[in-house]
Design a protein around this ligand. Structure first.
Ligand SMILES: Cc1cc2nc3c(=O)[nH]c(=O)nc-3n(C[C@H](O)[C@H](O)[C@H](O)COP(=O)(O)O)c2cc1C
Length: 93
């Protein structure tokens, strides 16, 4: 984990938050000084309280701009991902 500064963290919204294995992953490592960029699929609840919960489990990290996707995202998904990556300063190449 030491070799990574930016972590794209993907998960489904389960019960308005991150699934427990994702919580365990966040507890396992030290994210101090790193940037976590969340993306989640959901059934209508968008991020729920997942961003708050990520911040609590990775207290000294920076949380980048997230992307929430309704189920499998629909026809705008590719475009939404491109916009989200550029909003976070990530090049697709
Ligand atoms: C156990 C469980 C809990 C869920 N809780 C929520 C929820 O609180 N809010 C929400 O918007 N969607 C909820 N969903 C819907 C999932 O977020 C949605 O099915 C998933 O993001 C789409 O990916 P999939 O095709 O792997 O299911 C839940 C799904 C499951 C299985």
């Amino acid at each position: 984990m030491e070799q990574y500064d930016t972590i794209l963290l993907g998960y489904p919204n389960w019960w308005a938050t991150i699934p427990m294995p994702v919580a365990s992953f966040l507890e396992e490592y030290d994210f101090s000084g790193k940037t976590i960029i969340p993306f989640c699929s959901h059934g209508g609840g968008e991020f729920g309280q997942s961003i708050t919960d990520i911040s609590k489990l990775a207290p000294n990290s920076k949380i980048g701009e997230g992307l929430s996707i309704h189920y499998s995202g629909g026809s705008s998904l590719e475009n939404d991902i491109s916009n989200w990556l550029s909003a976070n300063g990530i090049s697709e190449n």
